[in-house]
Design a protein around this ligand. Structure first.
Ligand SMILES: Cc1cc2nc3c(=O)[nH]c(=O)nc-3n(C[C@H](O)[C@H](O)[C@H](O)COP(=O)(O)OP(=O)(O)OC[C@H]3O[C@@H](n4cnc5c(N)ncnc54)[C@H](O)[C@@H]3O)c2cc1C
Length: 442
């Protein structure tokens, strides 16, 4: 091991949206003096939190039919924290965008199920409206063009619905660095190689030396589980990396149009929306491709995937459960074919025609090198997929966060939980009321 280069109070591993949000909250609302953020890439939010890698949606839970009401209310609260932060504390230059958004039900059965969802959800989402075919034709003409089946929509017309999460992460880092009387160190291009605990402190071996920390939060995507397991934690989890690819089409949608999820599938349905990074195009996706790697397009993470997979009878049971249901099995196979040149455009066009019936395969272009990986956790104790974010907090000064969708939307909500654990463990000061006033209240 190299020489000890420095000490810090809190070390954050991973400079995606999760690590950056935590850096900001700690710097602004606690009296923790020294905070160090480590990011192995040469810039903040280059992987899943990059707009090229995710769907750029501020998930509020209303149009995501895979969310229960309880989950939707929780996600909405986190989404509102993001909106308040951007509106109150940034110039909102290229961060938050207003587009109409809706989920559509296609065919009698889906129309009925969406109407009944609207009844349940509308008291909690008062600005949401049920859109008739006439409304949809006005808001999204291409959704109705050449449409044969019955369709209804549910959504909003004039609210914030899209986020450039990379720009948001950079705003968090900038604001953290602007806090007076704090030592905020942001170490990019610095890879964490190992974390170990010795006598109440954590020794973090980095590519540039060793640092000691009183508290460590690892928000390193799928790598968080790898770090946890190396230290003997999270052995009851395995990881199923689900990549998402996208396709570009000419601009056929004005806003976000989601479809109803097949409730037998544990993955979100395809949607289409404007890409905040590529004006003039509509982007469709994401697909759901199971890939044996922790980071998309980084083949050196294949061996790391097998380390966290730790196959045993529980993991095999989860895979068997996925494959034995024909809907899921066909879906998984279809998503593999979505990667095969030529064939993929023809197959994907069929899915997309549910949203824009007149779109043809020749209108679609596979978006190369775009789309990240969702590290979906497998809960080995209960032998099932753990959908959504997972957090391992053994209570001894270290936390590991694994963040598939809607992890970017939930960045401040998750960071607040981490902050409260840190405050309790280190016994430091925390301006709770100020945080609540700033981010939780209208
Ligand atoms: C296809 C797709 C679509 C999605 N759409 C949405 C959406 O519309 N809305 C939404 O809210 N969420 C969405 N998500 C989820 C969202 O992108 C993630 O939840 C979020 O980006 C996770 O942020 P993070 O900071 O936790 O992880 P990441 O963004 O993955 O960041 C982890 C960071 O840790 C760094 N790191 C890893 N190992 C090390 C190491 N050893 N040393 C130092 N640094 C390290 C990595 O370089 C990386 O920068 C989507 C995800 C995918 C894949």
């Amino acid at each position: 091991m190299g020489t000890i280069i420095t000490k810090t109070d809190v070390a954050i591993v991973g400079g995606g949206i999760s690590g950056s949000a935590l850096l900001y909250l700690l710097a602004k609302y606690t009296d923790v003096k020294d905070i160090t953020l480590f990011e192995k890439c040469d810039e903040i939010a280059k992987l899943n939190s990059n707009g090229t890698h995710n769907s750029q949606t501020l998930h509020c839970g209303d149009i995501e039919t895979n969310y229960s009401l309880e989950k939707a209310i929780e996600v909405q609260a986190s989404a509102n924290m993001v909106t308040r932060y951007i509106e109150r504390f940034t110039s909102n230059k290229d961060i938050l965008y207003k587009y109409p958004k809706m989920v559509i039900g296609v065919g009698e059965q889906e129309c009925e199920s969406l109407s009944s969802r609207f009844e349940t959800f509308s008291p909690h989402f008062p600005t949401n409206k049920l859109f008739t075919e006439k409304d949809i034709a006005r808001i999204e003409p291409q959704v109705m063009h050449k449409r044969k089946e019955a369709v209804i929509g549910m959504g909003v017309e004039n609210e914030y619905t899209a986020v450039n999460f990379k720009n948001l992460a950079n705003a968090f880092v900038q604001d953290a660095q602007n806090q007076k009387d704090k030592n905020i160190s942001v170490q990019i291009a610095t890879k964490i190689l190992n974390i170990s605990q010795q006598d109440q402190v954590y020794k973090i071996k980095t590519s540039k030396g060793i640092i000691e920390a009183r508290f460590v939060v690892v928000s390193a995507g799928g790598h968080s589980l790898l770090f946890a397991q190396k230290m003997g934690y999270g052995l009851n989890f395995s990881c199923l990396p689900v990549a998402g690819s996208f396709y570009f089409a000419p601009m056929v949608l004005k806003g976000k149009v989601y479809t109803i999820q097949n409730d037998k599938l544990p993955f979100a349905a395809v949607h289409g929306d404007p890409d905040v990074l590529v004006p003039g195009k509509t982007r469709f996706g994401p697909t759901a491709l199971i890939l044996p790697m922790l980071e998309r397009y980084n083949y050196s993470t294949i061996p790391e995937f097998f380390k966290v997979l730790r196959p045993d009878s529980s993991v095999l049971k989860v895979f068997w459960d996925l494959f034995k249901v024909s809907d899921t099995r066909n879906y998984i196979l279809k998503n593999m074919l979505f990667e095969v040149p030529v064939l993929r455009r023809i197959l994907f066009a069929k899915d997309v025609q549910k949203i824009v019936p007149s779109l043809r395969a020749s209108d679609l272009r596979y978006a190369k090198n775009i789309g990240g990986i969702r590290p979906v956790m497998i809960d080995k104790d209960n032998r099932k997929l753990h959908l959504g974010e997972a957090r391992i907090n053994p209570g001894n000064g270290i936390i590991f966060n694994m963040t598939p969708s809607p992890g970017a939307t939930s960045c401040l909500g998750n960071a607040k939980k981490d902050l409260e654990s840190i405050v309790e463990f280190l016994g430091c000061g925390y301006e709770k009321q100020k945080l609540e006033q700033d981010l939780l209240k209208d």
